[in-house]
Design a protein around this ligand. Sequence first.
Ligand SMILES: C[S@@+](CC[C@H](N)C(=O)[O-])C[C@H]1O[C@@H](n2cnc3c(N)ncnc32)[C@H](O)[C@@H]1O
Length: 156
Amino acid sequence: MRLALYQPDIAQNTGTILRLCACFGIPVDVIGPAGFDMSDRALKRAALDYLPHVELARHAGYETFMEQRAATSTPPGRLVLLTTKAAIPHCDFRFAPDDTLMLGRESAGVPDAVHDRVDARITIPMRPGLRSLNVAVAAAIVLGEALRQTGGYPHP
Ligand SMILES: C[S@@+](CC[C@H](N)C(=O)[O-])C[C@H]1O[C@@H](n2cnc3c(N)ncnc32)[C@H](O)[C@@H]1O
C-alpha cells in the first residue's frame, strides 16, 4: 500500500498525512508542484518529529510520477483515486496490498485527464449537499479500510 498526494496545496494537511503514514509504515508520493515547500513550518508543526519515519518520494509532476511507476522492476499495482465524483463506496471496494491510493488537491481535486487515467475511482459516502471531507481525514478513512481489508496494519 502507498499513498500519493496530487499537487497538495495546504502544508498542514500534508504534514498530518505524513504523520499518519509514518505511524502505519506507508510510503508517500508527493506529486508536484505543491503549494508549499517541504521545509514549511506548518508542515513540520503538523508532522511533528515523525518526518524521518516516513518513506517519502517527491515527483516534479504527474508525468514523472507515472514514468517512475512504469520503470519499477515489479508491476506498480493499481492507482486508486479518492474522489467525490465516483460511484463505488470505499467500503465496497476490494483493496489489494500493492494499491496506491491517490488524493486530489484541496482546492480542485484532480484534472479530468488524471481522473480518466487511473485504474479505479472510489468515494467515501457523505450526506447529500455537502462538498467534501478534509483531504487528511479522507486519507485516514480510506487507508484504515484498506489496511483492515489487506491485513496491512503493523503487528508490533
Ligand atoms: C477538499 S477535497 C477536494 C475538493 C475539490 N473541490 C474537488 O472537487 O475534488 C480534497 C481531496 O480529498 C479527497 N476527498 C474528500 N472528500 C472525499 C470523499 N467524500 N470521497 C473520496 N475522496 C474525498 C479527494 O481525494 C479530494 O480530491
